[in-house]
Design a protein around this ligand. Sequence first.
Ligand code: DGJ
Length: 540
Amino acid sequence: MRLQLFLPPTLLLFLCLAFTALRAQDPSVPHLEKRGAATQLIVDGKPFLMLSGELHNSSSSSLDYMKPIWPKLEALGLNTVVTPLSWELIEPKEGSLDFTLVDGLIDQARQSHQRIVFLWLASWKNGMSSYGPAWVKQDTHRFQRVVQHGNAIEVLSPMCPATQEADSLAFAALMRHIRQVDGTEHTVLMMQIENEVGVLGDSRDRSAEASKVFSSPVPAQLTAYLAGHRDQLYPDLHDLWVARGARMSGTWPEVFGDTERADEIFMAWHYARFVQAVVARGKAEYNIPMYVNTWLAGDTTPPGQYPSGGPQPRVIDVWKAAKSDSSSGLDFYSPDLYDPNFEQWCRRYHRDGNPLYMPETVGEAAGAANVFYALGEEAGFGFSPFAIESEADDKDPLGDSYKAIDAIAPLLLQHQSAGDVHGFVLDPGHSTVDFTINGYTLHVSLDNSFDGPAASGFGLIMADGKDSFLGLGKGFRVTFTPRDDATGQAGIAAVDEGSFGDGKWIPARRLNGDEDDQGVAWRFNPHTITTEKISLYRIQ
Ligand code: DGJ
């Protein structure tokens, strides 16, 4: 006898909704969460610090090529690999999707104890469209191009609905597949959508259609966002909009001026509409964090010399405004940070709820230092030098930094959230920094010891109980002033170097001699990264 189960339609609907809600809320799936002072990446229910690196563009197109690379990355101290994945390789023929490469990369990553951030290289890569499948490239009629100086160029237009639909369909299929193969193991942590989008060579698309839209009203969704977030807008965008009367309606030149800046805002809106729509389709299948990266502009560089419309700090608000609803779009915006003004760019991205993660930056000695600032000072949840396989040898300074930070990662994450950790990078042009933790002002400076002044220094320091601190890094020294007593001074009771094993502090040498200038300063030698604890007493 066949058993039949009849459920009333209302109960069925309830069960479906409950199932969807459960899937959306599964707390073990990677997601971002505001915990105290920091927005953190939560994986399997716990905060996760990504010590990562981005591969060269083409390495991950071949599983054989990747085989010897994974163990090297593991040896370098990485826990996550930022891995390109192109549209052309998973949909070589329209509608026929092949996930062999995706599965192989996930499998290889697992064997080397790595997590993955996939780069969805689809309609754009560095402003160009080289990673579109050939069936997209060939069909210039269906998949429209950007026009410059009267000619269509080989770059897909963000204003073309057919391209948006084709990119979204492929991305949604990819996310469905990743959920199926990785929905419980969580090897894949996040997705980058496209790469460094924006128009190169001109400040905007000059096609007849784009020019017509440029002379039409600015969407009310954008002006309503500007008005609703007036006090939080990036200052540059705020001033530009307010200088023209904070208009709620009008054409693009009327609201933003007839300048290249208006062109950039116009392109930002259209790239953002496209990308936010792709993201929403992917998230409907598998909701893990998704972001876009930025080819950074110089402060006076005209748009078009860098991809015009990409998420520069001054147009991130435009990107946010383009979400169709607040729960389904991009989670954050990232810099590709090669500029020497590292700290300034970190601050420009770590603002107004946008957490800091950089998918691309410089590695080697500079990266080995910068990671301390990004994670310690700006509560970053990940750091990722580009071309990581080129620097993967076990003498690389980046590896030393990653291993030292990895050993204290659970503590660092706790203190990011408590807001009582600071990170810094020092050099002769910027040789001191002061900050406050735990009732003390800490005066940090480049070390100057028996070997002469250190050429560089970096580190991070966090509270470790009353009158004590934990620090790691090299090439700096610290003195302390109690904040609650203008005349009081702090003395050094003891300094211990040590390490963490299974989360427990294992003290090694007591450093109260030359190593600490006989109690004058807490010193970190300029040669190797050390992890040290200090306890203070008050001198009355
Ligand atoms: C930035 C791009 O995002 C990367 O894919 C790569 O092209 C590097 N530039 C090369 O420096």
